[in-house]
Design a binder for this molecule. Structure first.
Ligand SMILES: Cc1cc2nc3c(=O)[nH]c(=O)nc-3n(C[C@H](O)[C@H](O)[C@H](O)COP(=O)(O)OP(=O)(O)OC[C@H]3O[C@@H](n4cnc5c(N)ncnc54)[C@H](O)[C@@H]3O)c2cc1C
Length: 400
């Protein structure tokens, strides 16, 4: 595999760097640096999305006909690596990477014409209503019922762990429209507005003290059937299509940034005798092992890129990358906790707000080390837990 960039690709990289230098305000950069969960708060990711939209770079993976960039796989990889390196706020994937492709694949012409431009421009903020209190890994057992009533469905039940439901104005959602037969064959994919009467959003506060996820209750909620994507009872096919997008995407650039942060923390924490954590053999061995894991992830991501460029589906590689990527970030977070030592225990919510101008207690990174560690425990659960990913690999790679 030749990893060297071509002259064209180097010129493209320079163009991206130039744009990021100009477009990323200090506040947006700070927001990116202080993000401790899967993606930034809408207060920051929406203005950033607007700038990318105006530049025409908001949806690198979309077909050009729908507003994508028409970039090669390599250019897309360069773009996302440069965004990670520059500390750009991470965009919400719910519209651009999740429901958008589903609407392209399964929506009506009216749905495409209405929703896709709004997703690109960031006019709507979406949330994902898949999981329920009794349906997570076993998603097909979901029970939110949708009874047919003329040209509407009437929804009753609840969704849980709904990220940013308190910010979203729209939800894409899986509902049950048939109660007998195989569970997968009675599910329908619906788009709905969060301000529809009968919807209540209740916060779930995470261990890190953040309000990111929610439980959403549906009480006789009327949703027009025109919001259905695909046929009634065929939502499982649409849902599975979407999960491929949820699990995709390169993580090596972000992991490298996180590793660089840990190295900086470990070398800064010098004691009286001038020694620092990098002089500790155990810490150094753990850091080296994380670095090797990240190198391996990067090589696998390049292999996937080569497959995609050659028109081959990477198949179970997305499960492999999800498992490896989430385990690597958890190992890096543990190193970061060790590097900031006792300061990791000090909760500093105010110092975590961009522009707050509050001096942290302890080293600069102590503000984010513990929230990142706690939030990233969830990374091996959401988007399909790592145990489930291992089951997929066992079946599809090992043939068990
Ligand atoms: C921070 C966060 C954000 C989330 N955001 C969203 C969102 O926006 N929208 C949404 O719909 N959902 C969201 N989720 C939900 C997420 O997708 C589920 O938590 C996940 O699918 C696991 O389901 P569960 O929590 O019900 O756990 P369970 O399915 O009950 O699993 C519990 C444990 O059992 C293991 N297990 C279960 N079945 C098997 C099996 N067959 N073989 C081996 N082990 C198994 C699991 O791996 C896990 O360790 C989010 C979750 C988190 C933590």
């Amino acid at each position: 595999m030749d990893l060297a960039l071509t002259t064209d690709e180097l010129a493209f990289q320079a163009e991206v760097r130039g744009f990021l230098d100009e477009a990323l305000t200090p506040e947006l950069r700070e927001a990116g640096r202080l993000t401790t969960s899967a993606f930034s708060e809408p207060e920051y990711n929406r203005p950033w999305q607007k700038k990318l939209f105006e530049k025409g770079w908001v949806a690198p993976s979309w077909p050009k006909a729908y507003g994508g960039t028409g970039w090669s796989e390599m250019r897309r990889a360069i773009f996302s690596a440069e965004c990670a390196r520059a500390g750009a706020p991470s965009l919400s994937p719910m519209g651009l990477r999740m429901v958008g492709p589903c609407i392209m694949g399964y929506g009506t012409d009216e749905q495409k014409a209405f929703f896709l431009p709004r997703i690109l421009a960031g006019e709507d903020y979406w949330c994902q209503g898949y999981s329920e209190p009794g349906a997570g890994s076993d998603l097909a057992s979901l029970q939110l019922r949708a009874d047919s009533d003329g040209d509407h469905y009437v929804l009753n039940g609840s969704k849980i762990w709904t990220t940013h439901a308190h910010h979203a104005n729209r939800m894409f959602c899986l509902v049950r429209t048939k109660f007998d037969g195989k569970p997968q064959q009675g599910i329908t994919f619906l788009l709905l507005e969060m301000n529809t009467p009968g919807i209540t959003v209740k916060p779930i506060i995470t261990l890190a003290g953040d309000h990111e996820v929610n439980q959403v209750f549906f009480d006789d909620v009327r949703v027009a059937k025109s919001g259905r994507v695909g046929e009634e009872n065929r939502g499982w096919t649409v849902a599975k299509y979407l999960l491929e997008f949820e699990r995709g995407g390169g993580s090596a650039p972000g992991l490298k940034v996180a590793l660089g942060r840990v190295r900086a923390m470990a070398s800064a924490e010098a004691s009286d005798d001038g020694r620092n954590l990098l002089d500790d053999a155990d810490f150094r061995a753990r850091l080296a092992s994380a670095e090797v894991a990240v190198e391996a992830i990067e090589m696998t991501e390049h292999r996937v890129l080569a497959d995609l460029a050659g028109g081959r589906n990477p198949g179970p590689a997305s499960s492999m990358l999800k498992t490896q990527g989430t385990e690597a970030i958890q190992a890096i977070d543990e190193l970061a906790i060790d590097a900031v030592g006792a300061y990791a225990r000090v909760d500093q919510p105010f110092a975590r707000r961009p522009g707050a101008n509050v001096a942290p207690i302890g080293p600069r990174h102590s503000v984010t080390a513990m929230p990142r560690y706690l939030n990233n425990r969830a990374a091996s659960i959401y988007g399909g837990s790592n145990q489930i990913q291992r089951d997929i690999m066992a079946r599809l790679i090992l043939g068990l």
